[in-house]
Design a protein around this ligand. Structure first.
Ligand code: ASP
Length: 324
């Protein structure tokens, strides 16, 4: 009997220890990759971006430092960027060819491999929140258009009018493109936002939110809401969020491929991200990716002249950068 009690006590303490947070956490963010000329971006502009990126890192850090989950950190960090007019997500989203805004977002949880996404929605202020609701409150992974809006309403999200997303800068970008009467239906300006977090419990989550690409037509949907293309998370390898010319990312199965490279080739997260970016370059695509692995190692790789990016971790390390 005594033995049984001792065994039981050991079992309890092992399981308590098992569930104990490690106190180690990390988070990495991006605010889009693209053609960024240091000369053409005023220092005021740079400072504005840096300030929001710092604010995002602070928000995520405070969630993770207080023992919050990686999914909470991802959601709250991305919301800050969705609410800023600076990024191509939420408030600052780019315009479609028809002069409206259509948003895409996705999240994934590395422990359960659960995921949620919405695509081509026109009336949702914070798409990342609804993507999470799809994951947690529906039996589906991806909802689109009017159906996604109906689901959001049923979940208690207040719709916003599409005019909420009007920003002069994005409107002028569309006008310029329309004026140029480009043959291509989409352009190469990026600005999507993304976040990957590792919490104290060793779990990884990733999320991405975007307005897509300026001048997009025909209900075009890019990689950002597609699990395995623009977003992927797996506790065994890492979490990833992409930004760039979505058509290439979809065709490469970009983020899932990075995870597979790590799993099968036993290479580091940076090596895997670099290898995938090489494939992107070889195909003629542009963009970037952020990721972190279960140890909190960070990767931020891109083949454009810049990517708004940053990371923070429990060792007190922090970095924010724009250009190469
Ligand atoms: N990947 C996004 C898309 O293709 C755009 C971006 O990252 O800027 O919709």
């Amino acid at each position: 009997m005594k033995r049984l009690v001792i065994c039981f006590a050991i079992l309890i303490s092992v399981s308590v220890l098992w569930a104990q947070p490690t106190k180690k956490y990390a988070m990495v963010i991006h605010g889009g990759a693209g053609v960024m000329d240091q000369k053409n971006m005023t220092s005021e502009m740079q400072n504005e971006f840096i300030a929001v990126l710092n604010q995002v890192l602070q928000v995520g850090d405070s969630v993770l430092a207080h023992g919050g989950t990686c999914m909470d950190a991802v959601e709250q960090s991305i919301m800050v960027m969705e609410d800023s007019p600076l990024f191509n997500a939420g408030k600052g989203a780019v315009f479609t060819h028809d002069g409206i805004v259509e948003l895409d977002a996705s999240v994934m949880e590395g422990k359960s491999l659960k995921a949620g996404a919405i695509a081509a929605v026109r009336d949702i202020k914070n798409p990342i929140r609804v993507a999470r609701a799809v994951m947690e409150k529906s039996e589906h992974v991806m909802l689109s258009g009017l159906g996604a809006s109906q689901f959001a309403k049923e979940q208690g999200f207040e719709p916003v009018d599409n005019s909420y997303f009007y920003t002069e800068k994005r409107f002028q970008s569309l006008q310029e493109l329309l004026k140029k009467e480009r043959e291509a239906t989409i352009n190469d300006k990026h600005g999507t936002v993304g976040c990957v977090a590792l919490d104290m419990f060793g779990n990884i989550a990733a999320g991405t939110s975007t307005g897509g690409m300026t001048n997009k037509k025909y209900g075009r949907i890019g990689d950002s809401p597609i699990i395995g293309a623009g977003t992927y998370a797996n506790n065994e390898t890492g979490g990833f969020s992409c930004t760039g010319h979505g058509e290439y990312y979809i065709r490469l199965g970009f983020s899932r491929d990075i995870s597979a490279l790590m799993e099968y080739k036993k290479i580091t997260i940076t090596e895997a991200c670099q290898e995938e970016i090489r494939k992107l370059t070889d195909m003629g695509g542009t963009g970037g990716v952020i990721g972190l692995d279960k140890k909190g190692n960070i990767a931020m790789e891109f083949n454009t002249s810049g990517m708004f990016r940053g990371y923070i971790n429990s060792n007190g390390e922090k970095q924010v950068a724009i250009f190469k």
